[in-house]
Design a protein around this ligand. Structure first.
Ligand SMILES: C[S@@+](CC[C@H](N)C(=O)[O-])C[C@H]1O[C@@H](n2cnc3c(N)ncnc32)[C@H](O)[C@@H]1O
Length: 188
């Protein structure tokens, strides 16, 4: 499996250039629908393109990934830009990783399939009126041989959410690649 394979991801981040990637377009486009300020948790943050984008917009950012190489790169990029991000190396398949994370106005998950049993855990980490933003592949892309069906976000994954209300679901395509994006809110 492509998700959850630490050596796969460490090799991938080691092979990347020293240039920070652009933030996710969909996140940038969705900014008007997200809390305007406050605290953000970026789960499976990679080397930080979205965490850094959000920190640069004034959010207080906590970013989590299991790849030590990704976390090192994120810290380097953040310090080059004189931004503070709390970057934590944690495995998101382990329950203990969610202890003591704190409460957030916004939680984002971009291109990572969270195990469905952890969605109710995330609810506990959202403040009232907080938003959960999830974006990723919904069909195995033909041009990405490493990805498998089990890496795809499935609508049923989010059935575990009890305290949140779905504000928006969008299916979209970029070329031949098919994606889904959800916005859920913890109503007061
Ligand atoms: C496709 S990348 C997305 C990175 C980032 N969200 C972005 O948009 O650039 C998937 C990320 O999930 C992380 N990951 C995979 N399995 C994980 C796990 N079990 N716990 C924490 N992070 C994990 C990888 O290290 C990688 O950074």
């Amino acid at each position: 499996m492509y998700m959850g394979n630490l050596s796969y991801w460490n090799h991938k981040f080691e092979a990347r250039s020293q240039k920070l990637m652009q933030p996710e377009d969909r996140l940038v486009n969705d900014m008007p629908s997200l809390p305007k300020s406050g605290s953000v948790l970026d789960l499976a943050c990679g080397d930080g393109r979205n965490a850094i984008f959000l920190a640069a917009h004034g959010y207080k950012v906590t970013a989590v990934d299991f790849s030590n190489i990704a976390i090192e790169r994120l810290n380097q990029f953040a310090s080059q830009k004189r931004l503070h991000i709390s970057a934590l190396q944690k495995d998101l398949c382990i329950e203990e990783s969610y202890y003591d994370l704190g409460e957030f106005d916004l939680i984002i998950i971009n291109h990572y399939r969270l195990e469905n049993r952890f969605y109710p855990v995330l609810e506990q980490h959202l403040k009232e009126n907080g938003v959960l933003w999830v974006n990723g592949f919904c069909e195995v892309p033909k041009d990405h041989p490493d990805m498998k069906q089990e890496d795809m976000i499935a609508p049923a994954d989010l059935n575990e959410l009890r305290q949140l209300t779905c504000e928006s679901t969008t299916n979209y395509a970029v070329g031949t690649r098919k994606f889904i994006r959800y916005i859920w809110r913890k109503l007061a």
